[in-house]
Design a protein around this ligand. Structure first.
Ligand SMILES: *Cc1c(COP(=O)(O)O)cnc(C)c1O
Length: 421
């Protein structure tokens, strides 16, 4: 009988893992994070770890800028321009020009602003295209935008394989998440942007799982719009402000539906009528959260100190090591890889499917290996190049092997569900 050989990789030795760490050009960055002892942190794609610099930065902002400077710090510490300053730094991580990015609001709110702006810029076109299983808030915000506009727009969810060919002359906007939050599938940004433009549609990219982990070149791809999250790979802290990108050619033409005073042309004229500010400024709405923007800036600065190409290469290498290690025993325990196979383009997390994924993740957390669970049956492991060692990934795989071999997940205490998974 013919058999198709399953991809098989030689067993990974401890020496091979040690060699990977010894050759890691980013190894020194780990010391710049305040990581707790006894924890292997594989959830930096959901809440990035705390950079040591952030502690000092916030101490300074609290004591000097707020405590002593008081309201004078809007000028003397340049709080007023902080969202644009941090946006212009972030631009370097996503292939944008400095004046095309601003830090503001949450990813959800930024989605709303840009979806409405885009639909108004494409009058006569009814369709917004996205994929089923996109991150929930992206789909909910499309629904909210459509309810707000209330004029015959509709949302079409088309599976990934068929999406490019579903773009037609009635499509106003294509909204895609560059790296899928569950599967780590990666869209070809340039190809999809071209496909949207070929039919006259705009495209909006959600970079929440991309910036700081995979290569992003918004300008190179010709992208129109983008949003992204500050608290994941960028290490901006829990609930960090998000960012948005508007391509230079659209600045000045697109209108935000939330025209607050911080996006006004002259906020300190205190006039009654709204007049949109120049460029990216208009996409700010209210007063920026200065403490949170300062924390995000420290996270972004840390990323700018790292060689992005090394970050992207290490992300791939960590993922491939983890896939190889888990593949050696996973199948025997009913664990299957979700998303791109080894070697294919991917994001910086690895997900596996198992009917008992929730309890397995809890059993791993009890061992100090922190990943997360995504309903209904996915365990997800974020592999952050700046603070994970190859040895951490190898140790995490050994813990998973033991949890499975000893059936630790059967323990009742691992079935109790908390509000946040
Ligand atoms: C994390 C994430 C968000 C988060 O949105 P918030 O408004 O910060 O809650 C949005 N979109 C995607 C794709 C995400 O992964």
């Amino acid at each position: 009988m013919n058999s198709v050989p399953t991809p098989h990789h030689a067993p990974v030795t401890d020496a091979a893992v040690a060699a990977l760490d010894a050759a890691d050009p980013l190894a020194a960055f780990r010391a710049r994070f305040a990581l707790p002892d006894g924890v292997i942190y594989l959830d930096g794609n959901s809440l990035g770890a705390l950079p040591r610099d952030t502690v000092d930065r916030l101490h300074h902002v609290l004591h000097h800028e707020w405590g002593e400077g008081l309201i004078r710090s809007w000028n003397s510490a340049d709080w007023f321009h902080a969202p644009r300053r941090v946006g212009s730094k972030l631009a370097r991580l996503i292939g944008a020009q400095p004046h095309e990015v601003v830090v503001a609001d949450s990813t959800s709110v930024n989605l709303f602003k840009l979806i409405v702006a885009a639909l108004r810029a494409r009058p006569g076109r009814a369709k917004v295209l996205s994929e089923p299983g996109n991150f929930p808030t992206d789909l909910y915000m499309i629904e909210s935008a459509l309810r707000t506009l209330g004029d015959g727009h509709r949302l079409a969810l088309v599976p990934r394989e068929a999406l490019a060919s579903a773009i037609d002359d009635d499509t106003a906007l294509v909204l895609l998440t560059h790296v899928h939050y569950k599967t780590a599938e990666l869209w070809d940004m340039a190809a999809m942007t071209q496909a949207a433009h070929a039919r006259g549609a705009l495209i909006l990219w959600d970079l929440s799982h991309s910036a700081g982990a995979v290569e992003v070149d918004l300008n190179g791809a010709g992208a129109d719009l983008a949003v992204g999250c500050g608290y994941k790979f960028l290490n901006g802290g829990p609930g960090a402000p998000a960012y948005l990108y508007v391509a230079e050619r659209h600045l000045g033409a697109l209108e935000t539906p939330l025209g607050g005073w911080m996006g006004h042309a002259r906020p300190f004229d205190f006039v009654d009528g709204y007049e949109a500010g120049p460029g990216i400024v208009r996409f700010q709405c209210g007063t920026p959260p200065i403490l949170a923007v300062a924390a995000l800036e420290a996270g972004v600065d840390l990323h700018l100190a790292a060689d992005m190409r090394a970050v992207v290469a290490k992300s791939r290498a960590l993922a491939e090591l983890f896939i190889d290690l888990v593949s050696a025993y996973g199948e025997a325990h009913g664990i299957t890889l979700v998303g791109p196979p080894r070697g294919a383009p991917r994001g910086s997390h690895v997900s596996f499917r198992h009917p008992e994924a929730y309890a397995i993740v809890q059993a791993l957390i009890a061992r100090g290996v922190i990943g997360d669970f995504r309903a209904p049956d996915v365990m997800r492991f974020g592999l952050t190049p700046l603070y994970l060692r190859f040895a951490d990934v190898a140790a995490a795989s050994q813990h998973l092997a033991q949890v499975m071999a000893r059936e630790e997940w059967r323990d009742e205490r691992f079935r109790v569900r908390s509000a946040v998974t």
